[in-house]
Design a protein around this ligand. Structure first.
Ligand code: ATP
Length: 296
């Protein structure tokens, strides 16, 4: 366990009470004991699902905590990163959602004790924040078949990875793919047909699929990935973390900013949250970063 908390005097803990169907009480109790034993103060905010952005921004402004710890899924981390992006306060992560893709990408450990240790530690990564149609994304956002899957999952009563898997077959049967995507960057304007267009800051989806093996979450660049069709051999390679995906399967365009337009409305998601159907996505990397505590 972390021996010294350096100059951490007050910690803001943001807890999503419903994410991942996980009871966060043990985590909160353990964190309270550790923090109070070090003479620091803990202020807890439970998300409500409404007005959280404004509330977290206000609390951060008033209390000026020296660290923020977020216990929830990817949606909660995104919310906190957005609310606190102008304060430059380091954030620790206690993964507590159904997929936890960002925690997976940042190699946050599995046990609560180790997670708390990392969250209070002093090793940080400054990750890029991507602005997509005025919303913030941290790791993986996309247009197409995956967003449709997320929509169907959110509408279903089954939670967790099994619920997500259950939605796969009906989504694949009913989908309107392939979609037509026009991508405009500072260098080119191209139109490609595909089943999915991803804006990738990280390497992996929450399922572990390594779709962007050359991506770096802190390099000031995102990759636009266009998956052209279902190729089960390539999908298997992706799931096996193979690093050489065929160019016929996925086209990769590294960018700092771009405009993507679609002929028909296409399902859209940011970091696992469904945002409806859109015909246009404007993306750019923001100058602000999210400073996140990660393992050494
Ligand atoms: N108190 C609350 N009641 C209902 N919804 C909430 C509450 N707090 C946050 N939310 C909702 O939780 C969502 C974010 O969840 P998050 O992405 O962190 O977890 P998750 O991985 O999606 O977990 P799950 O799949 O179980 O929702 C947001 O849609 C937010 O509105």
């Amino acid at each position: 366990m972390n021996k010294s908390m350096g100059d951490i005097k007050e910690i803001l803990l943001v807890v999503n009470p419903i994410s991942g169907d996980i009871n966060k009480k043990n985590m909160v109790d353990e964190l309270k004991i550790i923090i109070e034993s070090k003479g620091a103060e803990l202020f807890i905010y439970h998300t409500k699902g409404k007005n959280d952005l404004e509330n977290i921004r206000k609390i951060t402004e008033e209390r000026q905590p020296s660290r923020i710890i977020t216990a929830g899924g990817d949606g909660t981390i995104k919310l906190v990163a957005e609310a606190t992006k102008s304060f430059n306060i380091p954030m620790g992560i206690i993964p507590g959602g159904s997929a936890n893709a960002l925690a997976l990408n940042l190699k946050i450990p599995d046990t609560l004790e180790e997670q708390i240790d990392v969250a209070l530690g002093t090793n940080f990564i400054d990750i890029d924040l991507i602005c997509l149609n005025n919303e913030i994304g941290l790791h993986m956002s996309d247009l197409g078949i995956n967003a449709e899957l997320i929509k169907n999952y959110e509408e279903s009563t089954f939670r967790g990875k099994f619920g997500y898997l259950l939605q796969t077959v009906p989504t694949l049967i009913k989908g309107k793919y392939p979609y037509s995507f026009t991508i405009e960057t500072e260098n080119e304007k191209i139109t490609e047909k595909g089943i999915l267009l991803a804006f990738a800051n990280a390497q992996k989806y929450g399922t572990g699929a390594n779709v962007n093996p050359n991506g770096k979450i802190d390099d000031g660049i995102m990759e636009i990935l266009i998956f052209k069709d279902f190729d089960f051999r390539e999908i298997l390679n992706t799931l096996r973390n193979e690093t050489n995906l065929s160019k016929d399967f996925v086209k990769v365009i590294p960018v700092k900013e771009a405009k993507v337009t679609c002929e028909e409305p296409v399902p859209f998601q940011i970091d696992g949250e469904y945002l409806g159907e859109v015909t246009r996505v404007n993306v750019n990397i923001l100058s602000e970063k999210a400073k996140i505590a990660v393992p050494n």
